[in-house]
Design a protein around this ligand. Structure first.
Ligand SMILES: Cc1cc2nc3c(=O)[nH]c(=O)nc-3n(C[C@H](O)[C@H](O)[C@H](O)COP(=O)(O)O)c2cc1C
Length: 168
């Protein structure tokens, strides 16, 4: 199974990245940081700047069997970077239906990283429902946090180890 982690965070080397790096230390997964790409907000008319990378990026994404979306929790929701990426998936149902079709059957996972140990209610609904809409399979998610020493505490490591087992 080819696995790809897509991270959307306002900082490329912050807490969510620390969690992603832990996962990548346990499983073989490629990594995309959305900050490295130009992804414009969704446009109804498909008018995007020449430097927009979204469709090129998606051509790469469909080469993987399992997609893990990694996001910090910002105001009880996924990051704006990841939400913009999800909005742009609309292009894969309209102007590049071949890409939308290629997403069918792929597995989707979600990793959240917040400051609270508790994940906001229904946080995973946009992931689950988007997977359903795209005919992907939402397998599950894990909620994480970073402790005051800026480390991943042992309990969170246990959660992540369990999560990684689903990906093997
Ligand atoms: C704009 C903003 C909003 C936040 N909102 C929440 C929140 O609603 N719930 C929560 O648990 N943490 C919240 N946090 C804390 C972050 O989720 C947490 O620090 C996370 O580990 C940051 O990951 P990052 O370094 O990848 O940005 C917020 C942080 C920021 C900057």
């Amino acid at each position: 199974m080819k696995t790809l982690i897509i991270m959307g965070s306002s900082r490329s080397n912050g807490h969510t990245r620390k969690i992603v790096d832990y996962i990548r230390g346990r499983i073989d997964a490629s990594f995309i940081d959305l900050n490295d790409y130009q992804i414009a907000y969704y446009d109804y008319d498909g008018n995007y700047p020449a430097e927009d990378n979204f469709l090129d990026l998606m051509e790469r994404v469909v080469g993987y069997d399992q997609l893990i979306f990694a996001t910090p929790i910002y105001w009880y929701a996924m990051s704006a970077q990841l939400k913009t990426f999800f909005d742009r998936l609309t292009d894969c149902l309209k102007i590049r239906k071949d890409i939308g079709y290629a997403l069918k059957g792929k597995k989707m996972f979600m990793v959240s990283c917040g400051s609270d140990e508790e994940v906001p209610k229904e946080f995973d609904v946009p992931f689950k429902d988007s997977a359903d809409y795209l005919h992907m399979k939402y397998v599950g998610g894990v909620h994480t946090w970073i402790d005051e020493e800026n480390e991943i505490e042992e309990y969170v490591k246990l959660l992540l180890n369990g999560f990684c087992k689903q990906l093997e």
